[in-house]
Design a protein around this ligand. Structure first.
Ligand code: SAM
Length: 250
């Protein structure tokens, strides 16, 4: 699960999503009253830490959580390359069994990482833990592929082909809103040798209605289903391929 070679490829080719969304989340949070008194960010499934770098440069105390030690190692390297203005913390754990104290104004989970959660029970557990880790006024922001989006992408294949790596990334659709991501690749090391890796993940798309009620059930009083602007409630939920959710603890 996100072994060494995939972590190298991810850092190079797939971290652009979090680089793009980081300023949007930052601007959103800056306009929340809680941001005046709390600069603690919990980045769930932090990947290679691009979002954490963005916030760290802006005086946030960042807590980077990921289940993969290889991804956390990349995060650590990336955070070393910048001038950190807040404190930096690493947590090697599963987001479903997250255990932290209530000290965060902001919790994020980006680039459809919530879709790695296999079932509703675990989703509920994760949301419950996020809710308890937030202070009052705190915000949880995440994005996810919807059932509509996952069905639409069912036959998409992405190929990365250059001197450093050759990677095939495809998604198979199993029905019941569950996709299977299969990534096979070769990565070249410093001596020119190619290393093969194979990774498989379950990609579960929860119905937006059940995500909404799950967030409400754990206590979130305000839930907005929106797009990348994080501004307005999306109206056509049935045809939303990728949803952004903002949940607030009052
Ligand atoms: C698609 S990447 C997203 C990384 C980052 N959030 C971004 O925006 O680029 C998914 C990340 O989630 C992590 N992950 C997957 N399932 C997890 C779980 N149950 N608990 C913690 N981390 C998990 C993977 O190790 C990987 O780093």
């Amino acid at each position: 699960m996100y072994g060494y070679y995939l972590s190298q490829a991810y850092d190079k080719y797939w971290s652009r999503f979090s680089k793009r969304i980081a300023p949007v989340i930052y601007t959103f949070y800056k306009n929340e009253p809680v941001s005046k008194r709390n600069k603690n960010l919990l980045d769930l499934c932090c990947g290679t830490g691009q979002l954490a770098c963005y916030f760290s440069k802006r005086r946030f105390n960042v807590f980077c959580l990921d289940r993969s030690m290889h991804m956390l190692n990349c995060t650590q390297k990336n955070l070393k390359k910048i001038i950190n203005r807040g404190s930096v913390n690493f947590i090697n754990a599963d987001m479903v069994s997250l255990a932290t104290s209530s000290c965060f104004g902001l919790v994020v989970c980006t680039c459809d990482s919530i879709n790695y959660i296999a079932n509703k029970k675990s989703l509920h557990h994760c949301f419950q833990r996020v809710y308890s880790s937030l202070i009052s006024g705190g915000v949880f922001i995440f994005d996810m592929q919807t059932p509509y989006g996952i069905n639409k992408k069912a036959k998409e294949i992405e190929i990365i082909d250059n001197d450093e790596m050759y990677i095939v990334n495809k998604q198979e659709f199993n029905g019941d809103n569950v996709g299977r991501i299969i990534i096979t690749g070769f990565v070249r090391d410093a001596n020119g040798l190619l290393h093969r890796f194979d990774e498989k993940f379950i990609n579960k798309a929860f119905e937006l209605k059940s995500v909404f009620s799950c967030l409400q059930n754990v206590g979130f009083q305000k839930v907005l289903i929106t797009d990348e602007s994080l501004q307005n409630q999306s109206v056509n939920l049935e045809t939303l391929e990728w949803a952004y959710i903002v949940a607030k603890k009052i």
